[in-house]
Structure formats: structure tokens, C-alpha cells
Design a protein around this ligand. Structure first.
Ligand code: GDP
Ligand code: IMO
Ligand code: MG
Length: 425
């Protein structure tokens, strides 16, 4: 059996928790896009683990694969492995494999990320400044240095020089000097650390799938940050929707695959860009505080708003989501009134989807449906029948409107704080 976990909003929906919940059943967990811009949190009793690059299955000692669709900052990987080792998580070549054709994030990509943001002025994206966008630009431009290039000194020198030549004017304009021999030495040195993990992961993954191992594909970011289907240009630089799992890992089986879309019971977003149901008021502040809505990677306060049917219905369809996992229901516990956006009015026309035109997006007037809150604690509940009636009505209404089953409900950060309504696990 194969599972994909993707975010259906703007990221931080609780994917890490759900991957960990599913990982009890899994043999292998695979990342297939993004990089260390991701921040996935797993809480186990009093311990908190924060993962950026490593698949969340590493915490439970599962086999983990970082696929070719990811961009890899090898120094960030080293830091993450060291940090997790200090939390007694064992990581070695038998439980971590990295695609040999993965493209690298170099120190210069972080510099370019910063320069690009500065250039954007008021149109700033609010990136994580991890060099993700510039690394993907070099990948698409066919200039990247890949892991498999690090063993070939002559090729590596040549590739470093061409890359510096390509960016030289930009660096000169900004008085930045990149020393090619220093970069060469730095890469050779990190290669000593990373080399043991390098594998033809596409091959291993297909072999494991043929042995009926249970494989979980762990998405990063969310569908509204997808380069094609998100709120472009306020997106990340990879495809975050489920179609990416194949090209981002080389896995090719199309049978027995269940796709979970992780969705918050409200909406959040970090960074700039449209957000039709954003709450710039005391309710928004309440969601920030109660939901502890601060970025895992950048510590920025997340923007908060009501649940938006149009957005999730659309992203669930684009990713072929079989089941929605509705997270952070407990955060809504103390609200007297809860709203969901059931459609948009734009220049006197109703929309049951999110249009891609930035002109139209700016003119969205959300149409709301109001619910009476449940005003009791749902924190940690494990059974559907224990949920207050008003919470069940809230979930049932959303389920009907997004035209996708809500099969799992998360009521707290721990693996056990989960309602498995359809008994899928
Ligand atoms: P991810 O990027 O999608 O993995 O999500 P993050 O880890 O960035 O953010 C989700 C945060 O919510 C984490 O701190 C989780 O521990 C926490 N969380 C996940 N599910 C729940 C839930 O159902 N209730 C509450 N209160 N917190 C949750
Ligand atoms: P997880 O996996 C939330 C956002 C950034 C910025 C935009 C582009 O934890 O859900 P980038 O550095 O990728 O070029 O930034 O994307 N962003 C995320 N927001 N969760 C994430 O990951 C994100 N990864 C990137 O805030 O708006
Ligand atoms: Mg996150």
C-alpha cells in the first residue's frame, strides 16, 4: 500500500504529525520536493522534533529517502542530522538514502534569495531565505551541481566555474565575491559526510514497492504554494501537489495509492500574497495564540483566517485527494461563533473556485456561513462520537462543501490525539 500526505492550504497544516501517525504502519517515508524551507513538527510525550529536510519517518527509525525532486543543502543536512543525533535519533546509511541526482543548494543560492527579495520591494514574497528558489532556477537552467558530481573533480571544477560565470554580473553589482577554489574545497569536504547516503533511490524505491513495503510520500509546503496551482507569484519554487511524487522520486506504481490532504480547520499562511478570509482582528489574534501559529523555520507569526471552501475544494481536486485529514480542530474550541467561506463574490459575480488572475484575487469578497461554536474542549479526543454535536455539524458541512471525505480529525499535536473516523489505520 502507498500513501501520500500533502498540504492542501499554504503549508503548516500538520503534515509532520500525520506522517508520524501513519509511519507506525509504514516501512519507508519519502520526501519528493521542496527543501529545508519545510518545518515539520512531531510531538512525542514531552519531546518535540523539528524536521526540515529529513522525512518525518526518521523519528520512528523507518527507512527514509530524500528524492531527486528535493533541493539539498548538504550543510543544513549535516546540522539537522547532528541535532537529531543529540536527541538520540539514530541516522545512518541503513535508514537514510539520498538520490544521487539531487540538485544542491549552495551558499550562493542563499545570497541570491536575499538579493531577489530585496529587489522585489513592496512585492516581497517573504521567502524562507534558504536559497530554494535560486537553487531550482539553476536546476531548470541546467547549471546545477548534483550530488553525483561531487566525486568527479574535473567536472566539479568546471561546473563551479560555469555557475559563477553565469551569476558574475549580479555578484559584481552587489560587491559579492565567490571564490571558486574555496567552494570546491567546501563541497569536497561536505561530500565526505554526505557520500555514504547517496544511492540510486528511484531503483531502491521501485524494488521496495515490489516487495510490498508500505511507502509514505511526505509532501512539504501546501498546494496553494504550488508553482503552477498556487497563488503565483506568492508561491514556493516547486510543485507541491500530488503529481510531483512521480517525477520527484522515480517511483512508478499507480495502484493501491491513497492520497491524504492535510487541512487545518481554519486557514493560515506565512509570507505575502492573497488570503481572502484573513482575520486582522481579535479573532485572528486568538487563532495565533491558541494555535501557536508561529513559523517552524522562520519563527514568523502566521497570518490566520477562517476556513475557505473554494480553496480546499480546488486543491483536493487538483491533487486527487481521497481523504481529508482535518487538523487543529481543538484550536476552535473556545469561539462563540465560527465562520467558513462558502464562495466568493467578485465584481458582482459569484465564484465557486479561486481564480488565478491577480486582478480578480484582489477583489474577492468572501461569502460566509456562520456556525454556533461548541464551547467545550475537544483536545485529545479519539472518537467521533465524543465530539460535540456543533463540532460534528461544522465538519459535516465542510465535508459536503469540499466534496471530499473528512476521514481523520486531529485534536492535538500527539499521534494519539487523532480520530480515525473510517478506521483507516
Ligand atoms: P507541517 O509543516 O504541516 O508539518 O506543520 P507544522 O509542524 O509546521 O505546524 C503544525 C503545528 O501544529 C505543529 O506545532 C504541530 O505540533 C501542531 N499540531 C498538529 N496537529 C495539531 C492539532 O490537531 N491540534 C493542535 N493543537 N496542534 C496540532
Ligand atoms: P511546511 O512544509 C509554510 C512559504 C514562505 C514564502 C513562500 C516562498 O512546513 O508546510 P521559499 O523559501 O519556499 O521560496 O518561500 O513559501 N513557505 C512555507 N510556508 N510552510 C512551509 O513548509 C513553507 N515553505 C515555504 O513563507 O511565503
Ligand atoms: Mg511547517
Amino acid at each position: 500500500m502507498f500513501y501520500t500526505i500533502i498540504g492542501t492550504q499554504w503549508g503548516d497544516e500538520g503534515k509532520g504529525k500525520i506522517v508520524d501517525w501513519l509511519a507506525s504502519k509504514a516501512d519507508v517515508v519519502v520526501r519528493f520536493q521542496g527543501g529545508n524551507n519545510a518545518g515539520h513538527t512531531i510531538k512525542i510525550n514531552d519531546k518535540i522534533f523539528k524536521l526540515n529536510l529529513l522525512p518525518s519517518g526518521i523519528i520512528r527509525g523507518k527507512k527514509c529517502i530524500i528524492g531527486n525532486g528535493v533541493v539539498l543543502d548538504p550543510w543544513a543536512l549535516e546540522n539537522e542530522i547532528n541535532k537529531l543525533s543529540s536527541q538520540n535519533i539514530l541516522i545512518n546509511e541503513s535508514n537514510l538514502m539520498i538520490a544521487e541526482n539531487i540538485c544542491l543548494i549552495l551558499p550562493m543560492h542563499k545570497i541570491i534569495d536575499e538579493l531577489n527579495e530585496n529587489l522585489r520591494g513592496s512585492e516581497i514574497i517573504g521567502t524562507t531565505k534558504k536559497g530554494i528558489g535560486p537553487a531550482y532556477e539553476d536546476k531548470v537552467g541546467r547549471r546545477s551541481i548534483r550530488l553525483c558530481d561531487l566525486d568527479d573533480d574535473a567536472l566539479l571544477r568546471k561546473k563551479i566555474n560555469s555557475l559563477i560565470d553565469f551569476h558574475i554580473l549580479r555578484f559584481k553589482d552587489n560587491n559579492i565575491e565567490i571564490n571558486s577554489s574555496e567552494l570546491f574545497q567546501k563541497l569536497k569536504s561536505i561530500n565526505q559526510f554526505v557520500k555514504k547516503y547517496v544511492q540510486p533511490t528511484w531503483k531502491i524505491l521501485n524494488e521496495l514497492s515490489n516487495k510490498n513495503e508500505i511507502i509514505v510520500f511526505e509532501g512539504a509546503q501546501g498546494a496553494l504554494l504550488d508553482l503552477d496551482f498556487g497563488t503565483y507569484p506568492y508561491v514556493t519554487s516547486s510543485n507541491t501537489t500530488s503529481g510531483q511524487i512521480f517525477s520527484g522520486s522515480g517511483f512508478s506504481r499507480r495502484d493501491n495509492h491513497r492520497i491524504f490532504g492535510v487541512t487545518k480547520a481554519y486557514t493560515t499562511r506565512v509570507g505575502s500574497g492573497p488570503f481572502p478570509t484573513e482575520l486582522n482582528n481579535s479573532i485572528g489574534e486568538y487563532l495565533v495564540e491558541k494555535g501557536n501559529e508561529f513559523g517552524t523555520v522562520t519563527k514568523r507569526k502566521r497570518r490566520c483566517g477562517w476556513f475557505d471552501v473554494n480553496l480546499v475544494k480546488q486543491t483536493a481536486k487538483i491533487s486527487g485527494v481521497d481523504d481529508i485529514v482535518l487538523t487543529k480542530l481543538d484550536v476552535l474550541d473556545n469561539l462563540d461563533e465560527i465562520k467558513i467561506c462558502v464562495g466568493y463574490n467578485i465584481e458582482n459575480k459569484n465564484y465557486d473556485y479561486f481564480p488565478f488572475s491577480q486582478y480578480l484575487q484582489e477583489k474577492i469578497v468572501p461569502i460566509y456561513k456562520t456556525f454556533v461554536g461548541w464551547n467545550t474542549s475537544t483536545f485529545g479526543l479519539k472518537n467521533w462520537s465524543d465530539l460535540p454535536k456543533n463540532a460534528q455539524t461544522y465538519i459535516d458541512t465542510i465535508e459536503e462543501m469540499i466534496e471530499t471525505d473528512i476521514s481523520i480529525i486531529s485534536t492535538g499535536p500527539e499521534r494519539t490525539q487523532t480520530i480515525d473516523k473510517k478506521k483507516l489505520l
